[in-house]
Every structure is written in structure tokens, then in C-alpha cells.
Design a protein around this ligand. Structure first.
Ligand SMILES: *C/C=C(C)/C=C/C=C(C)/C=C/C1=C(C)CCCC1(C)C
Length: 256
């Protein structure tokens, strides 16, 4: 009786110690946990707000909620994996991105659809994001620790990234938005382009912390920092994208 009581108390203690000690001595675990909570909360927000926006924006808000929702589920598992092994959950990370980055391309498509965006544009963006992610995955998961491997796949991945960046700033997405005749869409798509330029650029910084990466070899940044950068970037980009889409939906409703 007493021993099972002790056991229970100890179990509860361990549970709480686990939760309470992680944040202060392991910033990476902390960002996995807060990233999970933030994405989860954002999904609830987007799903609920979907009910209050104009009909033509409902699909966009649903996609915003799916992006943060898919990420939240992956963060739940990635945090567990990281806590259990201390390693980077590379496979889970790239499964998450392979689902969510194409959905971000869908957001660009939906926002500019009324101005004439075609599914051809959507497929080009998705193809570029798949190139970016497959090359990044090979770079990380099949590394031999050499700089050559890291750089080679990093460069191929960057080609996909630059294509999306170009399309958002100067290509089809940019010109469709500026011809849309909708100020909210014009401003919003420009803000999303800033996210792709600044927010997405955090990812290659994380990538370069892996063994053989430039920041790893030149500045000695540890490979565990890969996840620190990825976690911070994910929260900024996934929640930020959704909030921009939400702002477009709310402000263009007022204009109409
Ligand atoms: C929600 C997840 C997002 C927005 C993920 C974006 C990921 C990138 C922009 C990754 C880019 C990379 C490079 C440009 C080169 C090195 C390899 C990557 C995959 C980290």
C-alpha cells in the first residue's frame, strides 16, 4: 500500500520535473514544447475564425489551420523523439515540411486565384518546394559528415528556394497580386513574400550547423542547433503566414 503510494508520488514528481526542468536547461526541448503549443493554439484560432470570414476566404483559412495543425502533430512526436534520443528528428521534420510547404504554395495560389492564377502556377511552386525539400533531406539524412556533401545538396535545395522567392517577389505571384485590384491582397502577398525572403532564410542557417556544414566547421556551431533554428523558423513562418492570410480575409471584407 505504502509502496504503491510512494511509487505514484514518485511518478508524479518525475512527470513534473520533466516538464519543469526542460525549459531552463535545454532551449531546444523548450522550443519543441512551445512550438507545439503555439501551433496547436493557432490551429484552433484559424478553424474558429474560418466561420467569421467572407465565403471566398474560408478555404484559405482552412489551409492555414491545416498547416499549423499538421505541424503541431509533428511537433508532438518530434519533441518525444528528441527527449528520448537527444538526436535531430530529421525524418519527422521533413515529412512535416513535405506536407506543409506545398500547402503554403496553395495559399499563394488561393490568394491570387481571383486575379487569374492557374493550377499550372501552383504545380510549378509545388515542384520547386519538393526539389528544395528532397535535396535538403538527402543533404541531412545521408550525410557522411563532409562539407562537400552538405554544400552540394544545400545548393540544389537553394535552387528550389530561389525559384519560389523569385515567383513571390517578381514572377507570376507578384504580378497577379499587383493586378488583382484588391489592396488587401496586394499588401498581404507582399508581406508573404517578405516571410519567404527573411523567415525562410532561417532554415539554411540551421542546415549549415549540421556536421560538415559551414557554420559547424567555421564557427563550431553544434549540430543540435539545427533544430533550434528550425523550430524558431517554423513558428514564425507557419503562424505568421496564417495571420497574414487572416488579415487579408478580414480587411478585404471591410473594403468590399
Ligand atoms: C513550414 C516549413 C517551412 C516554411 C519550411 C521551409 C524550409 C526551407 C525554406 C528550407 C530550405 C533549405 C535550403 C534553402 C537549403 C538547405 C536545405 C533546406 C531544406 C534547409
Amino acid at each position: 500500500m505504502l509502496s504503491s503510494y510512494r511509487l505514484t508520488i514518485n511518478y508524479i514528481k518525475i512527470m513534473f520535473l520533466d516538464l519543469l526542468t526542460i525549459p531552463k536547461d535545454d532551449p531546444i526541448a523548450f522550443t519543441f514544447f512551445t512550438g507545439y503549443m503555439a501551433m496547436f493554439a493557432a490551429s484552433i484560432f484559424f478553424f474558429f475564425e474560418r466561420g467569421s470570414v467572407d465565403g471566398k476566404w474560408k478555404l484559405s483559412l482552412l489551409v492555414s489551420g491545416l498547416i499549423t495543425g499538421i505541424a503541431a502533430v509533428h511537433y508532438y512526436y518530434m519533441r518525444d523523439y528528441y527527449m528520448a534520443t537527444g538526436k535531430n528528428p530529421t525524418a519527422l521534420r521533413y515529412i512535416d515540411w513535405t506536407l506543409t510547404v506545398p500547402l503554403m504554395c496553395v495559399e499563394f495560389y488561393l490568394l491570387t486565384k481571383a486575379a487569374g492564377a492557374t493550377t499550372n502556377l501552383l504545380w510549378k511552386l509545388i515542384f520547386a518546394s519538393v526539389l528544395m525539400l528532397v535535396a535538403g533531406y538527402i543533404g541531412e539524412a545521408f550525410t557522411d559528415g563532409s562539407t562537400a556533401h552538405s554544400v552540394q545538396w544545400g545548393v540544389i535545395s537553394t535552387l528550389g528556394y530561389v525559384y519560389i522567392l523569385y515567383t513571390a517577389w517578381f514572377g507570376e505571384v507578384a504580378s497577379l497580386a499587383s493586378n488583382s485590384g484588391n489592396d488587401a491582397v496586394k499588401k498581404g502577398v507582399r508581406t508573404l513574400a517578405w516571410f519567404v525572403l527573411v523567415g525562410w532564410a532561417i532554415y539554411p542557417i540551421g542546415y549549415m550547423c549540421m556536421p560538415g556544414g559551414w557554420l559547424n566547421t567555421s564557427l563550431g556551431w553544434e549540430s543540435s542547433n539545427v533544430d533550434l533554428f528550425y523550430n524558431i523558423a517554423d513558428a514564425i513562418n507557419k503562424i505568421g503566414f496564417g495571420l497574414v492570410v487572416y488579415t487579408i480575409a478580414v480587411t478585404s471584407k471591410k473594403e468590399a
